[in-house]
Design a protein around this ligand. Sequence first.
Ligand code: CA
Length: 379
Amino acid sequence: MSSVTIERVETVPLEASLDEPFGYAQEWVTTRTALLVRIEASDGTVGWGECWGPIAGTRETVERLFAPHLEGQSPDAVERLSEDLHDRGRAAYQSIVPLPALSGVDLALWDLAGKLAGVPVSRLLGGARRDAVRAYATGHYFRHDADLDEQYADIAAEAEANAGALGAVKAKIGLQLLGYGPEEDVELVRRIRQAVGDDVTLMVDANYAYDAGTARTVGRGLEELDVYWFEEPVPPEDVAGYAALRDALDVRIAGGECHTPWEFRHLFERGGLDVAQPDVCNVGGLTAARRVAAMAREFGVPVVPHVWGTPVAIAASLHLVATLPGRPWLEFDRSANPLREELAGTPVTPDADGRLAVPDGPGLGVEIDPAALDRYRID
Ligand code: CA
């Protein structure tokens, strides 16, 4: 064990406003935010992590509940530290374990441990199976101030462009945000299928826009359009709805970005998922995501993590995906996000085959640009 200790745990809140809001089933997105966690060791080595969701609350949890426990400890035993924090969070908030706060700290601890050991995090996670990962494009959000025909045309054109680069795209449905119904949702997917052609892998994400009965009807429409998976058809707490839809439909049922590790267990035991989508910034970090992946493997369910963040979230997800069996994808968000494009100096870019390289430097392998941090930091 080295003599290096954890010296300081801090948060860095970031916010970038968008020129044009975009929408999905639940809301309009007007700003992109991130809460980064920065852990500095006594030898000056720095690890970075990222927390999902609102800054308020999570920031205070990291700084006031978790930081005092970590400072002065050896950074070697990442999983023990992460479990300690989980239990402190449970003792403080009982069933509402603060998983986004835990996630950001956990990722920063893995980054720090990798840097101190001089190896990529994927090696610490058991070893990479691949040095690059195929990616699918997330985007195709609803346009602000556009009528229905413009929605169909603009979104289909965006999907066609992304399909050309990556070969796999995910459409958003849930036009309820604009006052439309499930018929318009299926029509939107039909227009996208027409635009991208029959050979492109097309996923669909409802962000839990429906009750189970409506989702069944929509799912039958999606099956006729050769949709690869139907993501978050119903609210995350409706485990029975997930299981019933998986029984009733041929299209794969995907979900998990809102779920905790123990909720994944319920979903697997009830047979509710064809594809599991834990988010490393939300489920409890790489420690928890790896355990969910192990559970998924026992139930024969492939894992394709949910990713919607900065280069820190993308890199951590790439390290996880690098270790997974099968042919996993990386979710590659193409919607507007200056933080994603600028925080690492240069944006993450797919190769000519639509694949993203797994970082091979020590830790998560992300260099944070201090100028970009200054540009978007809020207090
Ligand atoms: Ca989603």
